[in-house]
Design a protein around this ligand. Sequence first.
Ligand code: AMP
Ligand code: ZN
Length: 128
Amino acid sequence: MATDENCIFCKIIAGKIPSRKFIETDKAYAFLDIGPTAPGHSLIIPKYHAAKFHELPDETLSDILPVAKKIALATGATDYNLLQNNGRIAHQVVGHVHFHVIPKPNEEQGLVVGWPSTSPSKEELDEL
Ligand code: AMP
Ligand code: ZN
């Protein structure tokens, strides 16, 4: 299993840094976010250390979504977001893959999404 001794989330998995754990499987670990944007804001991390989503083995990825579903149910939230950031400009702060489960109880709490949409031409869409 890939680990990084300098990684804060690897240290959480190893029990060297405390966390409020929800669920642990062979391949994943889920706990409360220390800086929640809404009550119940949680993180799911793979036990395999990788910085970005596309670097994870498929068998690790397939373990994570069922954990996300359990946590979404456990929060009791009717409205919520799953968020997974890759790279600094995409708002990733911790360099170990993590999936946020963020309840959206009202307009003020939870994820706020900025989505600058564009209107590509038919030719540009074909090219893409
Ligand atoms: P991101 O911007 O996607 O990299 O999010 C990193 C998240 O990790 C933030 O929501 C932080 O509040 C959270 N975080 C950082 N350190 C800890 C920690 N020791 N325990 C729990 N959550 C943490
Ligand atoms: Zn790590």
